[in-house]
Design a protein. Structure first.
Length: 240
């Protein structure tokens, strides 16, 4: 009785996956697949819809933000999962038929039960897949007190969903922006050299300004530029 589209991806065969947050009894990841002619693919999931509930406590408010088609026809999904006390990154992998892949995580799902610092709410906004199969997530971490001193992070995982310890020593890279208060990570892209490009927004000090960062393959920031447009500007899309 509720659906909110937040992500879209095209596959090599011309099909299109659209996903986001769906609600029945609670909020879950939801994905539908459309055939190249635009009709609903009723052979995918349950009559065209794959619904993935993590259901690990709290409000059970899970939200999908990125869809990554994989070369073998499977699909990786990434977003945020609510527990009884915190919000954490969550990923799931679907088979080509839209069913949870039993060879991934636990029953096709992984909740990354770790945080970059003392923050209690991690919101995943974007994800990209590297050529070697590793996955990079972009998001914002917020303390329990609210969006004060919220900051941007990257998290890199191997293709099995395990944090990549070669990336900033523990898989997490906090991106320090020139901001006095609220920050958010909103756009993500990767180039052929494996460098990560991030579009973020920073409140510094009174208005939001877009910030561009280039992050190297080991998680270190190589370039940081504040885009001063002379007015409030918010970045939402990034391409390389």
């Amino acid at each position: 009785d509720h659906a909110h589209a937040l992500a879209v991806a095209a596959t090599k065969d011309g099909s299109v996956l659209v996903g986001g947050q769906v609600r029945f009894a609670d909020f879950d990841f939801g994905v539908v697949r459309y055939l190249p002619d635009g009709s609903l693919d009723t052979g995918f999931g349950d009559d065209g819809l794959a619904r993935i509930g993590f259901d690990v406590g709290g409000t059970q408010s899970d939200s999908l933000h990125a869809i990554l088609p994989l070369p073998d026809g499977k699909t990786l999904l990434a977003g945020s999962v609510a527990t009884a006390t915190v919000n954490l990154p969550g990923i799931a992998r679907l088979t080509a038929a839209g069913e949870l892949d039993p060879d991934f995580g636990v029953g096709g799902k992984i909740v990354l039960d770790l945080l970059p610092d003392t923050s209690t709410r991690v919101s995943v906004s974007s994800a990209v897949r590297q050529a070697d199969g590793r996955i990079v997530l972009l998001g914002t971490a917020t303390p329990a007190s609210g969006p004060v001193q919220a900051h941007v992070f990257l998290l890199r995982l191997d293709e099995d969903g395990v944090p990549d310890l070669s990336f900033s020593s523990d898989g997490w890279s906090r991106l320090v922006l020139p901001s006095g208060s609220f920050e958010s990570g909103d756009a993500l892209a990767i180039d052929d050299a494996g460098r990560i490009h991030v579009g973020a927004n920073a409140l510094a000090p009174d208005d939001f300004r877009p910030v561009y960062l280039r992050v190297g393959t080991t998680g270190l920031v190589e370039v940081l530029e504040v885009v001063d447009l002379g007015q409030v500007g918010v970045v939402a899309v990034l391409a390389v």
